[in-house]
Ligand binder design. Structure first.
Ligand SMILES: C[S@@+](CC[C@H](N)C(=O)[O-])C[C@H]1O[C@@H](n2cnc3c(N)ncnc32)[C@H](O)[C@@H]1O
Length: 233
């Protein structure tokens, strides 16, 4: 794969993104603002950093890693730093604006990062040790969530894992629960599904996989790690 270039043909931005998220992801000013880790920490009561740390703890040096969608803040940089020069990190994003931004941010520091302009819900070839889906699932409509989860499981190396970081159904007394619910109803119409359905329940061939779920911040966020059952290798 070409190093540090944006590869593939320009992908078409899916309808859900055009409708609800392009105002953020195609806006260079907002992209720059949201990329400040301190700003993200304020917005998330410090959990932006904690979630990035929890995600990176799942990765080992020298692995082949795929990240679905660029992220704001330091998560991608921390990840690339942990993987190191003997590993590789493919960052796939449907938005050229986001890919160009992260490429300009990281290409000299981490030349083993590859930037791929593609819709991750379209099947692709390749096997990865770790596939990271970081705060993406809640943005997808229901059929797309299911399609994506099952498709990426097919791209796992035999002993690989998929790591999901996303919203979760917070405990009833959480001071922010009803604010988040209102915000989601207004601006993130597919996010509440994360409260209602466990990520593991989307897996078609569920008996072949194991999963481990950890929650954070009064269950507001979750990390789910999915691996193949070892007796199936
Ligand atoms: C990974 S989430 C990150 C959410 C938030 N920006 C953060 O940092 O926590 C959003 C990114 O995923 C990308 N994205 C959304 N749907 C996609 C798809 N079907 N294929 C590839 N990238 C997608 C968006 O363009 C956006 O850059």
């Amino acid at each position: 794969m070409a190093k540090s270039k944006i590869v593939d043909n320009p992908a078409t931005i899916p309808l859900y993104q055009q409708e609800f998220y392009s105002c953020l992801y195609e806006n260079k000013f907002l992209t720059k603002l949201f990329n400040h880790q301190r700003f993200l920490n304020i917005l998330t009561f410090g959990y932006s950093k904690k979630l990035a740390d929890a995600c990176i703890a799942e990765v080992n040096p020298h692995q082949q890693v795929l990240q679905l969608g660029a992220t704001f803040g330091d998560q991608l940089g921390q990840l690339a730093s942990k993987i190191g020069v003997y590993g590789s990190l493919d960052v796939v994003d449907v938005s050229l604006t986001q890919l160009r931004y992260v490429r300009s941010k990281y290409r000299f520091t981490y030349p083993y990062m590859n930037f791929i302009n593609r819709d991750v819900t379209v099947p692709f070839s390749g096997k990865y040790d770790v596939i990271i889906c970081y705060m993406l699932l809640h943005e997808l409509p229901l059929p797309t969530k299911s399609k994506l989860i099952n498709q990426i499981l097919a791209n796992l190396a035999p002993e690989g894992k998929v790591v999901f970081i996303d919203y979760n159904n917070a405990v009833w007394w959480h001071p922010l629960k009803w604010f988040v619910k209102m915000f989601n109803r207004l601006y993130q119409p597919f996010a509440e599904r994360m409260w209602q359905t466990e990520i593991k329940d989307y897996i078609v061939n569920r008996n072949s996989y194991e999963w481990h779920k950890t929650t954070y911040f009064g269950k507001m966020y979750q990390k789910v790690v999915i691996t193949r059952k070892s007796n199936l290798y």
